[in-house]
Design a binder for this molecule. Structure first.
Ligand SMILES: O=C(O)CCC(=O)C(=O)O
Length: 259
């Protein structure tokens, strides 16, 4: 097991754990090459969506470097449509850790790639991932995979250790309907620990853990892949959930009436 008992205790206590070097270079490069093929429009996505950086959408920047200024790709369709992304979602080393936390019957709730382009990669404000998903119980796991080295300068993950035990906080909409931020508390950077990571390191994060990433002020992309896994026995708690709420079988059994 790549994550020790002490690290699993840290996950329970602080709401996160980083597994260093969980993915090898070949796996990371395969995913980055595939992502690039969407950014450069060599491939077109049918079953998932792309969002450009706000600065580019407002026409404030002339960004022609390496394709389009994509802020993120999002949608479970990423694993339904693309074999490389599907392989990543089923990666044994990742599932080993997730199954230890969530048991053997797993569904995928979210797939996304957050790409933070050079110079214009914008911040992601403080939020809890659970706020996007009306699911019970609220103990699903976000897996954040560093595809490039993530540093304080290019917008590495910052978390508020232990705050997952405070429950779900009130959120409000930011730039887009699908972009929300914690309104109920006034977190700032002094509440956080920065988690610089090397490409191939993987962060496992409790869905109630408040987190934040800053702008990318460097000349290079800061790409990360994100999956959210939940127990297959979980239930959607909203009869009319937001359009992005969906689930995809990953491992073990499925259960009627559950996600
Ligand atoms: O990768 C990032 O910059 C932050 C992503 C994130 O927290 C999210 O999309 O929920």
């Amino acid at each position: 097991m790549s994550v020790s008992d002490e690290q699993f205790e840290q996950y329970q206590r602080e709401g996160y754990v980083v597994a260093d070097g969980l993915l090898d270079t070949e796996t990371v490069e395969r995913v980055k090459t595939r992502l690039e093929s969407y950014v450069t429009n060599e491939r077109a996505e049918d079953q998932f969506s792309r969002m450009l950086e706000p600065a580019a959408e407002d026409g404030d920047v002339d960004f022609e470097r390496d394709g389009e200024p994509v802020r993120k790709f999002e949608g479970i369709g990423m694993v339904r449509e693309d074999d490389v992304f599907a392989d990543l979602a089923h990666n044994d080393a990742i599932l080993d850790v997730v199954e230890h936390l969530q048991g053997p019957n797993l569904k995928l709730l979210r797939a996304a790639a957050m790409t933070k382009p050079p110079g214009i990669g914008s911040e992601k404000k403080f939020h809890q991932d659970a706020a996007y998903y009306p699911v019970h119980p609220m103990d699903h796991v976000t897996v954040w995979i560093a595809l490039d080295d993530a540093t304080e300068e290019n917008g590495c993950m910052r978390v508020v250790p232990g705050a997952h035990t405070d429950g779900l906080l009130g959120h409000e909409a930011v730039e887009y309907d699908t972009d929300i931020a914690i309104g109920e508390r006034d977190y700032d950077l002094t509440d956080t620990v920065a988690l610089p990571m090397e490409a191939g390191d993987v962060l496992f994060q409790h869905c109630l853990l408040p987190h934040y990433t800053a702008e990318n002020t460097t000349e290079n992309w800061r790409r990360a892949f994100i999956f959210m896994y939940a127990r297959a026995r979980s239930r959607f708690t909203d009869d009319d959930p937001p359009a992005w709420v969906d689930s995809h079988h990953i491992s073990g059994e499925e259960f009627p009436g559950c996600i």
